[in-house]
Design a binder for this molecule. Structure first.
Ligand SMILES: NC(=O)c1ccc[n+]([C@@H]2O[C@H](COP(=O)([O-])OP(=O)(O)OC[C@H]3O[C@@H](n4cnc5c(N)ncnc54)[C@H](OP(=O)(O)O)[C@@H]3O)[C@@H](O)[C@H]2O)c1
Length: 293
């Protein structure tokens, strides 16, 4: 039985579907507040559910019963309920889950993290690094997937990349490359890592197939959609000022991600691909997909 923590989210729900397609028994951690449509989607894919919350250690012990493997994607950054915070969920909640997994004799714990060389410190960066540290200190075999910027999130209207109206908001100069990765590839690596002994007790960087500057991405979208895109820039100095002045943990964490985008985030996927070979989705393929919509 594989427990998926974060199963109602973008990445976690894709992981649940992929695990079911691979014939695995799946238990999704859900909450009383989780959206009924998402719960129905999981159940209709043949996923069992267990009510638990990362803030409630006793619920984690129950969720881990009879579980052999855990894949985690949960985060309080976008989907938060009362009492959820980076400290209570992304940090303390994960430490409690690792303890519960260790006590339950879980054989493999897959953790979704962020790039290893994040240059701008924040509560989210500290929480991710603390959980990686807890995992690497032992108790349960692990795989850390250090994911780059998801193209479906950062190149979407929600973050100002408004391809429907041919307008792109770019953070910083747009000249520094990023290894944009599809969340579907991240999901595929998470699922593949369960049956890959070479992925155990490894921290693997998960980037896309190319390092592309945001302005190159805009050019690709413009070519693919067959129309020019208007570009507005959020100056790096403004991002820096937001980061320096942010006092609240979530605001500081988002500001650090924006600054990282502006500074670039290249990756070489070859080590990960040597462990788990796969053809990665390109930004152009993503652009073709959205242009058809
Ligand atoms: N977006 C990127 O570019 C990027 C890049 C690298 C890494 N990542 C990482 O990828 C992971 C997945 O991202 P995503 O986009 O799939 O996130 P998402 O859609 O916001 O999903 C978050 C999930 O966490 C769950 N959750 C939040 N608080 C919880 C709690 N207290 N107890 C149990 N579950 C809780 C949510 O459940 P409810 O539905 O019940 O609220 C939801 O299922 C995150 O860890 C993120 O840091 C993202």
């Amino acid at each position: 039985m594989v427990l998926v923590v974060g199963a109602t989210g973008l990445l976690g729900s894709e992981i649940c579907r992929s695990l079911r397609k691979a014939g695995k028994q799946v238990r999704a951690m859900v909450r009383k507040t989780s959206s009924p449509e998402k719960l129905e989607g999981l159940r209709s894919a043949g996923v069992d559910t267990v009510a638990a919350d990362l803030k409630d250690p006793s619920s984690l012990a129950r969720a881990c019963e009879t579980v052999s493997e855990i894949i985690t994607t949960a985060s309080s950054t976008f989907s938060r309920q009362e009492g959820d915070s980076i400290a209570s969920v992304d940090h303390a909640g994960y430490v409690a889950l690792i303890d519960a997994a260790s006590k339950a004799g879980v054989r493999h714990f897959v953790y979704t993290s962020i790039p290893l060389d994040m240059r701008f410190d924040s509560p989210l960066v500290q929480a991710k690094r603390a959980v990686e540290d807890r995992l690497t200190r032992g108790g349960v075999p692990y795989t850390v997937l250090a994911g780059n910027f998801f193209m479906e999130v950062w190149l979407s209207p929600a973050l100002g990349f408004d391809y429907q109206n041919s307008r792109a908001r770019v953070y910083g100069s747009g000249e520094r490359p990023i290894a944009w990765v599809s969340y579907r590839d991240v999901a595929a690596f998470a699922v593949a890592s369960l049956d890959c002994s070479a992925a155990q007790n490894r921290v693997l960087s998960i980037g896309g197939p190319e390092n592309l500057a945001p302005l190159e991405v805009v050019r690709i979208f413009s070519e693919t959609c067959g129309r020019p895109f208007g570009t507005t820039h959020v100056p790096e100095a403004a991002l820096r000022a937001d980061y320096d002045s942010a006092a609240e943990p979530l605001g500081k964490s988002f500001a650090s991600l924006m600054l990282q985008y502006a500074s670039g985030c290249s990756m070489d996927p070859s080590e990960t691909l040597s462990v788990m070979p796969r053809t990665l989705k390109t930004v152009r393929e993503y652009a073709v997909e959205v242009a058809r919509q």
